[in-house]
Design a protein around this ligand. Sequence first.
Ligand code: FAD
Length: 486
Amino acid sequence: MPRDNHATNPDGPAVVWFRFDLRLSDNPALTAATDSGRPVLGLFVQDEAGHGSRPLGAAARWWLAGSLRALQAALARVGVPLILRRGPAAVVIPDVLREAGAGMIAWNPRPMSAEQAADDAVRRIVAETLPHVAIADGLRRTALLHDPAALRGRVFTPFWKTVTAKLAPPAPLPVPPLRAGLSIASDRLADWGLEPTAPDWAGGLRETWTPGEAGAAARLADFLDQGIAGYATLRDRPDLAHVSMLSPHLRFGEITPGQVWHTVQTALASGRAAAPDADKFLSELGWREFSQNLLHHHPNLAAANLQPRFDAFPWRPDDRLLRAWQRGATGYPIVDAGMRQLWRTGWMHNRVRMITASFLVKHLLQDWRAGEAWFWDTLVDADPASNPASWQWVAGCGADAAPYFRIFNPILQGEKFDPDGAYVRRFIPELAGLPSAIIHQPWRASPLERAAAGVRLGDTYPAPIVDHAWARNRALAAFAEIKSNA
Ligand code: FAD
């Protein structure tokens, strides 16, 4: 329950401490602050080392800058400042509360134990040093649909069944009628260096995304208009636009899973969405919940194999192979198109994430943690739960994981999920002239076909970095070495 210390400064503003909940709607902390009748002051603290979260990678830092700018603008429209400060939250927050003459602070709960410990530290210091400041915490959970402390999931299907059995998230909160307040000194966003300058590699990100709450709402509306019809069957096709691309918006809390859930229910009720598509889509949100549940119970998810027998896996670290994969130069078009989509847009289609990750750990025998780290740095949706959980799932060492011996064939995967080669053509223009029937294995094109398309293997496009059948056998042999240590 929110605690009210009967503040000695009844007119002092309520400071809302934003974290990765960068939105005005469905924001219990903002609503609590508004309900107190006080003017509101927003605060975001850039506390890389100590706020319980993993330091952001480069693409996510770019996203954060855009999201903060959008939040600052949305708050400014109603006269509410968003103060930016850098440093340890337990030091910065008491300073801000003093400077603002605040009578209240509010924040939304975060799901992870390390984050909760960081919040506890702030709560203690505020209670001890500023006893007149009311602390509104313990508010309604909006970051997740379930409470990870109350449930431990190891297998997805029963986990999601348990969650959905009780699932009727409360109706999302509207944007509260904020009362404008006086400002105090703030850092300049530009001085935080979140966005790249020399070189500015973010052009493709700017073309693809609109960070912020309005961008999130627009994505969801577009998806319901155009994408969700056929989602259940077409979500695996990277050449089509049948996924929501909501992941970075959810990651930064610009939209809540409860808002998505309710909007989809409304679409279902009005016949705008069909049940099989809506169920499948909501179950993908379920994988997000499942990953967060895993991280809650395994805080070391990005470093330690969930299945300890994989500790003895004979990885073969090789910088040359890792770099070829990172640059989209493996010679397998579907893998290379995915890695180039990631580099250009900060996002990759889920099917292709599975193919590229599998290729790295199985065909190239590179440790999944090297791939996870690259995704962490390059994805705009890089998520401390979904990223390592998915990598462990692909590598076979995770919870409810794909069995290691199921090795994706990158040629067949390309032919099945990008049947006309449109996805490959989009990200690898140097292969665009090849006929669709051969575009997923350019080395099998006839010399005439290659010449007509201007493809010179090893020159305009690489020859395959490993032979698929040979790599598959080598991966199976590597797995046999650890199989018996169940
Ligand atoms: P949609 O299909 O529209 O799904 C809706 C939402 O459900 C997504 O926005 C996402 O929040 C959630 N979701 C969907 N699939 C998954 C999944 N398999 N696991 C967890 N949540 C899911 N997702 C991230 O959000 N951040 C990551 O860092 C991340 N890393 C990944 C790494 C690998 C190797 C793999 C195989 C998957 C990873 N995913 C990650 C999961 C998934 O690929 C993305 O969530 C999805 O592609 C996002 O696109 P979308 O919003 O269009 O998804």
